[in-house]
Design a protein around this ligand. Sequence first.
Ligand code: MG
Ligand code: MG
Length: 257
Amino acid sequence: MMAWERGIIIKSQAELNLMREAGRVNALALEAARQIIRPGVSTQEIDEAAAEVIRKHGAKPAFLGVPGAYPYPATTTVSINDEMVHGIPGKRKIKEGDIVSVDCGTILEGFVGDSAFTMGVGEISAEAKRLIEVTERALYIGIEKLRVGNRVGDVGSAIQKFVEGHGFHVPREYTGHGIGRSMWEGPQVPNYGIAGRGIPLRAGMAIAIEPMVLVGTHETRVMPDRWTVSSKDSSLTAHFEHTVAVTQNGPVILTIP
Ligand code: MG
Ligand code: MG
C-alpha cells in the first residue's frame, strides 16, 4: 500500500477554526447544488449553483485549475451513474433515475474544505438506493475511526469490511487524504487497509475521508475526457466525503453548514 508519510501537517485549534469556516461554505455550496438537481437540469447549472455560493462568501473554488491532463475546468465534479468521481460539468442533462455525485472544494482564508454527496433523482432502482445508503454509512463508519490512538489502516479496514460485507467494492487508485492549506496533504487514507497498520492518527490532523463504492468490481477506468473516472464494468458507483478534524475529543466534521 502506497502511503504519503510526508506532508502531514498538524493544525492548531485556530487553524481548525478557519477550516471549519471553509467547510461551512463548502457545505452550503453543495446544498445549493443538491437543491437544483432534478430531471432536465444540466451538470453545468449544478456547478454554477455551487460556484455562486462560494463567490458570495468571498471564497474560491479549490478544484478550478487543479493540474491534470489539463487544468480542471470547473468548481465541482458532477459524476453520474457509472461515473465515480471527477465528472466535468457541461451540457449533459440529469435524467429521472440517475444517481448523481457532486464533489466540491472551497478555499477560504487560505484553508480548504472538501466534501461530496450522492443522491438519486426521482425513482431509482433498489440497488441504486442500497448503494447510496451503504456508501453514506461507510463514510460515518470511517469518521468514527478517526480517533487519536487509531491508525490509518483502522479507517480503511472498517470501510472496506462494511462495503464488501454488502457485496460492493472500493477502488484502489483513489483515496481520502490529509487536507489543510493544500487540498492534498499527508496522510493518504485509502478506503481499504489492514487494522492496526499505517500512520498513527494524531490530534490536529485534518482528513478528507471519502468512501467511493462500486457495484460490480473494484476496477476503474479514466474516460476519454481524461478526468472522469468510471467503473470499468459500467456498474453504478457512489461517493460521499467530509473533511474531519481529529481531536482529543474525537472526530469533528468540518464540512457541515
Ligand atoms: Mg472531494
Ligand atoms: Mg477529497
